[in-house]
Design a protein around this ligand. Structure first.
Ligand SMILES: *[C@@H]1O[C@H](CO)[C@@H](O)[C@H](O)[C@H]1NC(C)=O
Length: 226
């Protein structure tokens, strides 16, 4: 009798542990934007209330233009040191994107232009090439830091997993254009070079000397470039 009871208890304990584990892994998997709790929640930009996301407009006042933005046909100006331009259509441009967990971007590349290594803190990205040839890649996390890279032709699609450092380079002789979709209304971007060498104020060069295992002059020089 006692043995049978103990057996039941130990089975229950196993189930509880399993449930706790599932709950934990589900929490981790929910790192992207939360699901909406209504049809839409067009952002009310004038609200003084601060929430995670943006406060909703009165749905009765919502018009088609809140879900609309034009201009993705226009090429971005790539006359800059990296030779690329990202035009992002996020919740800041389309208020109707609030709570919907999506956004999109057009990226223009001059010949040999680079969209330099960066991460999106809140989104995975799926990208397709409309024009030109792109070399793309991302790097897996420590300790492997494996580079996963491919050359894309017009019509090819490539995925950059959330948070991982990734880049694109135009390896053709003409301009290149890509369209990307991201699973956040506000994917955010951290450009590695700017964040590490161009922070305000600077990260102490002593820290970067150890991190990058180079001379202080090298760090001071790179910092001066940002
Ligand atoms: C593109 O950007 C460069 C550098 O900022 C600027 O000199 C040029 O006028 C811009 N071109 C257009 C068409 O806006």
């Amino acid at each position: 009798m006692l043995g049978a009871l103990l057996g039941i208890f130990s089975k229950m304990a196993t189930y509880i542990l399993l449930l706790a584990f599932l709950a934990l892994t589900c929490t981790v998997a929910l790192a992207s934007d939360h699901s909406p709790l209504q049809d839409f929640c067009v952002a009310e930009s004038s609200s003084a209330v601060l929430v995670n996301g943006l406060v909703c407009k009165d749905p009765k006042l919502v018009q088609a233009d809140y879900f609309f933005f034009s201009g993705l046909q226009l090429s971005g100006n790539t006359s800059n040191p990296v030779g690329s331009k990202v035009t992002l259509f996020d919740v800041a441009k389309i208020s109707g994107l609030n709570t919907l967990g999506v956004s999109m971007a057009r990226v223009d590349y001059a010949p040999w232009g680079v969209n330099p290594p960066h991460t999106h803190p809140r989104a995975s990205e799926i990208l397709t090439v409309l024009e030109g040839i792109l070399e793309v890649g991302f790097v897996t996390s420590n300790p492997e830091n494996r580079l996963i890279t491919k050359v894309l032709q017009k019509g090819d699609v490539f995925v950059f997993p959330a948070n991982l450092i990734h880049f694109q380079r135009n390896v053709g002789y003409g301009n290149a254009v890509a369209i990307a979709a991201l699973n956040s209304q506000n994917p955010g971007v951290i450009t590695i070079a700017n964040a590490v060498f161009g922070s305000k104020p600077d990260i102490s060069s002593d820290i970067l000397v150890k991190a990058f295992q180079v001379d202080k002059n090298v760090i001071n020089y790179v910092q001066s470039r940002f």
